[in-house]
Design a protein around this ligand. Structure first.
Ligand code: UDP
Length: 374
């Protein structure tokens, strides 16, 4: 086999961007993935004319001009704006936390009234320096919203009490005293027309890139590594080292996907079930990412929904979310020290770096690394 410049383990966003940049610099890559498809967890698949997000909803959003220009080189983006609805025991609330949410929760009408209500609840809780997710949430939006819209959802998603979770997780969500249901504070937002799989396929479409699927690096690393000068590894960092220092913790997600013979199930792409009793965290109705229409603009008669169940990851399952608490961060540092000694191997991406990255951050990291290496 002809020796390539890079063996890229994982055909997700990090791997695809890196391979593309390498190709632009005249370098060759063999991109492998243990799954039978490209695109990692952003993989989409068409069912009944609808792009189904097989590994969970992905809404592209970024403030990074370079990243936005970059992805627009591989896909056209629609004007989708994420505005999830929270369902708490049948009461519906707007997300993220904004004037519509505060009005529904407390009947307040003006931003001053909402701010006063939050300040009062924060004062009653007596939190000055939030040290965990619970304290951070209460100090941002007060106890009522914490109890109805955050606690149940977060504890289902992470399988841990909010007091044991890092505060940064909840700071992902904006809090606004305006009537604005846009979930993200991002300059640019949208969904690639035709799906993420096509976007990633376009990234990988270069004569200097070969893709080989259903190929597991960890079960044949000697043979595969010999095929290239350097390795870009985007799998779990602890798996690379055979878990020799112990397992990092991840959350796994399972999806129950159904095709329904009706045009409209819930009227929105995402409905979060924020109580503790409902076993799933949210239901995604995929057609609303594309306004319920096919490529020709026709309304679609059926719909596809996915219920999302969260659980603790076990070996052999697909990891989704790194659990960036203190214990895992310490173990991560130990693995990073091993990784630093691994000559000719670059660790990248959500799993390779064990970071709760959004898509745009993964792409930015891959571009920076490519700038560096190439
Ligand atoms: N969150 C919440 N209630 C919601 C939605 C989100 O409490 O209805 C919190 C929860 O702690 C979650 C975090 O906000 O882990 C980040 O949510 P995001 O939607 O960014 O998570 P992702 O889409 O990455 O799963």
């Amino acid at each position: 086999m002809k020796k390539r410049d890079f063996l890229i383990v994982g055909a997700g966003l990090y791997g695809a961007v890196f391979a593309r940049e390498a190709a632009r610099h005249g370098k060759t890559s063999l991109v492998i993935d243990r799954r039978p498809h490209i695109a990692g967890n952003v993989y989409t698949e068409e069912i009944e004319g609808i792009q189904v997000h097989r590994y969970g909803a992905h809404i592209f959003h970024t403030n990074d001009q370079r990243v936005w220009d970059y992805v627009n080189g591989f896909a056209r983006f629609n004007r989708f704006t994420n505005s999830p609805v929270a369902n708490y025991r049948g009461e519906l609330y707007s997300l993220p936390f904004n004037m519509y949410t505060f009005n529904r929760m407390w009947g307040v009408v003006t931003p001053a009234e909402a701010a006063a209500k939050i300040a009062q609840q924060r004062a009653e809780a007596g939190i000055t320096e939030p040290k965990n997710l619970e304290e951070q949430a209460i100090s941002l939006v007060g106890t009522d919203i914490y109890e109805k819209l955050i606690k149940g959802y977060t504890e289902k998603q992470w399988g841990r009490p909010c007091r044991e979770l890092p505060a940064f997780i909840i700071r992902r969500l904006p809090v606004r005293l305006t009537f604005d249901n846009n979930y993200f504070n991002a300059l640019y937002q949208g969904i690639p027309v035709g799906g993420y799989t096509r976007m990633v396929a376009n990234m990988l479409d270069d004569p200097r890139i070969e893709v080989r699927l259903s190929t597991d690096y960890l079960s044949d690393r000697g043979g595969l590594s010999a095929a290239a000068e350097r390795v870009v590894y985007t799998g779990p960092i602890d798996a690379y080292f055979d878990y020799r220092l112990g397992c990092l913790q991840y959350r796994a997600v399972r999806f129950e996907t159904e095709v329904l013979d009706m045009p409209n199930f819930q009227g929105n792409a995402a409905v979060n079930y924020t109580d503790a009793e409902t076993p799933f965290t949210r239901i995604i109705e995929h057609k609303w990412f594309e306004f319920g229409r096919d490529a020709q603009g026709n309304e679609l008669p059926k719909t596809v929904i996915s219920r999302e169940y969260s659980s603790e990851w076990r070996r052999g399952e697909d990891p989704y979310y790194p659990v960036n608490d203190a214990a895992n961060s310490e173990l991560l540092q130990a693995y990073q020290a091993l990784a630093a000694q691994e000559r000719g191997v670059i660790f990248g991406g959500r799993l390779g770096e064990y970071r709760y990255y959004d898509m745009d951050q993964v792409i930015a990291r891959a571009l920076e690394k490519a700038d560096d290496v190439l």
